[in-house]
Design a protein around this ligand. Structure first.
Ligand code: NAD
Length: 373
C-alpha cells in the first residue's frame, strides 16, 4: 500500500505528519512512502533525511494520488479534490468544523479518519495525538509566559536582597494543565490550581501544586475522564475563590475545556483589571471561545497592563518534538487499522468506530452527525 505525506499549508504550521524515523519503521512493514517536497523542512527533517530513510520525494498531486494520505491538519479542499476516489485520509480533522470538506469526502467516497476523535482509552494511548500535543503545549505555555514576565520564577537570595518566587495560577488540570504545573514547578514558581474535577487534586499535589477546592466540587460529573458542563452556581463559587488568587498571581494559564461545548469563561475583564501590572495570562482555550474575556485569537495583546497570549497552535512552536510524537500517534493508528495488504475495516471495533468520520459516501460518525444536524 502506498502512503503519502502532504506538506502542511496552514499559516504558522511547522509540524509534519511523519518523521524519517517513523518512515523507516513503516517501510519495514512493507509500506511504500511518498513525501511531498519540503514537507519536513520546518521541523528540520530534510528531503534527503527522508530519502535516506527509504521514502521518495514527490509533488502534491502525486501524494494525493496515493492510497492513504497523512497530514497533521485537515486536507484543504484543493487537496481533497485531487485525491483519488476511495482514498483514505488521516489527520487532525475536527470534522464538526469541516462541513464543506466532508461533502467532498462523501462525493469522492474518501474514508476520513480524525486523529482528534481517537477515543481516550488505555488501548489507544499511543495513538492519542490530542494528549501528545497538549502535553507539549502545556510546557510551551509556561515558557512563553516566563519570557513575557519581567520577573524570574524561583526564590533567589542574593547580596542585594531576596527575590520571592513567581506565583502561577492554572485553570484546568487535564493533560495541558498538568504539564504546565510540572514545568512551572521545575522553574521554581509557587503554583495554585483550580479544576472542577476533584479527582485531579491528588495529581496536582503530586506535582507540587496547591489545589483550590471549590465547595460542592465532589458533585461534578465526569464522562470518560472529561468534565461535564458545571452549573452557573458552581462557576460563581469558583469565581469567588479565585478572585483573590488572581490579584496576587504573576501568571495565569487557562486550559479549561468541556468537550463539545464552548470553553467556560473563567477570567472576566474585571478580574484582569484587578491583576498586577506586568502580569501575564496564557489562554490556551482561545480556539474554542477562550477562558479569558479579553484574549484574542492568535494574538498577544496588552490590556489593563496585563499581557494576554492567545496562541492557538502552541505545538507548532515546538515542531521537532511535536512532529516526533504525532508521527508515532498516526503510525500507531495506521498499523492498528491496516497492514501492507490494506485496511481491515472492523466497523464495530472501538478505535475504528471512534475515529472514522466518512466512509463509502456516508457520514458515519454519530458525534459529528449530532453537531452538524
Ligand atoms: P483536558 O480535557 O485533558 O483538560 C481540560 C481540563 O479542564 C479538565 O481537567 C477539566 O476538568 C477542566 N475544566 C473544565 N471546566 C473547568 C472549569 N470551569 N474550571 C477549571 N477547570 C475546568 O484537555 P487538554 O488536552 O489539557 O487541553 C486543554 C485545553 O487546551 C483545550 O481547550 C485544548 O483545546 C487546548 N489546547 C490548546 C493548545 C494551544 O496550542 N493553544 C494546544 C493543545 C490544547
Amino acid at each position: 500500500m502506498k502512503l503519502g505525506v502532504l506538506k502542511e499549508s496552514k499559516e504558522k504550521e511547522k509540524r509534519v505528519a511523519l518523521t524519517p524515523e517513523l518512515v523507516k519503521q513503516l517501510i519495514k512493514k512493507e509500506f511504500e512512502i511518498l513525501i511531498e517536497q519540503g514537507a519536513g523542512d520546518e521541523s528540520k527533517f530534510s528531503d534527503s533525511d527522508y530519502i535516506a530513510a527509504g521514502a521518495s520525494i514527490a509533488s502534491k498531486s502525486e501524494i494525493c494520488n496515493t492510497d492513504v494520505i497523512l497530514k497533521v491538519n485537515a486536507p484543504t479542499l484543493e487537496e481533497a479534490n485531487l485525491m483519488k476516489n476511495g482514498a483514505i485520509s488521516i489527520s487532525l480533522l475536527y470534522a464538526y468544523t469541516q462541513k464543506e470538506l466532508l461533502e467532498v469526502f462523501k462525493t469522492k467516497q474518501i474514508s476520513a479518519f480524525a486523529m482528534d476523535a481517537v477515543p481516550r482509552i488505555s488501548r489507544a494511548q499511543k495513538m492519542d495525538a490530542l494528549s501528545s500535543q497538549a502535553n507539549l503545549a502545556g510546557y510551551k505555555s509556561v515558557i512563553m509566559a516566563a519570557d513575557a514576565l519581567g520577573k524570574i520564577f524561583p526564590l533567589m537570595m542574593t547580596a542585594a536582597g531576596t527575590i520571592t518566587p513567581a506565583k502561577v495560577l492554572i485553570f484546568g488540570a487535564g493533560v495541558a494543565g498538568l504539564q504546565a504545573i510540572a514545568t512551572a514547578k521545575r522553574l521554581g514558581a509557587v503554583v495554585e490550581v483550580s479544576d472542577v474535577r476533584l479527582e485531579t487534586k491528588e495529581q496536582v499535589e503530586s506535582l507540587g501544586g496547591r489545589f483550590l477546592v471549590v465547595e460542592g466540587a465532589d458533585e461534578v460529573k465526569t464522562e470518560g475522564g472529561y468534565a461535564k458542563e458545571v452549573s452557573a452556581e458552581f462557576l460563581a463559587k469558583q469565581k469567588k475563590l479565585v478572585e483573590d488568587k488572581i490579584k496576587d498571581a504573576d501568571i495565569v494559564i487557562t486550559t479549561a475545556l468541556v468537550i463539545g461545548k464552548k470553553s467556560p469563561l473563567l477570567v472576566t475583564e474585571e478580574m484582569v483589571k484587578s491583576m498586577k501590572s506586568g502580569s501575564v495570562i496564557v489562554d490556551m482555550a482561545v480556539e474554542s471561545g477562550g477562558n479569558c474575556e479579553l484574549s484574542e485569537f492568535n494574538k498577544t495583546v496588552v490590556k489593563h497592563g496585563v499581557t494576554i497570549i492567545g496562541e492557538s497552535n502552541l505545538p507548532a512552536l515546538l515542531p521537532i518534538n511535536a512532529s516526533q510524537l504525532y508521527a508515532t500517534n498516526i503510525s500507531t493508528l495506521l498499523l492498528h487499522l491496516a497492514n501492507k495488504e490494506g485496511f481491515k475495516w472492523e466497523m464495530e471495533e472501538d478505535i475504528t468506530k471512534g475515529a472514522l468520520i466518512t466512509h463509502q459516501g456516508e457520514l458515519v460518525h454519530e458525534f459529528t452527525k449530532s453537531i452538524l444536524s
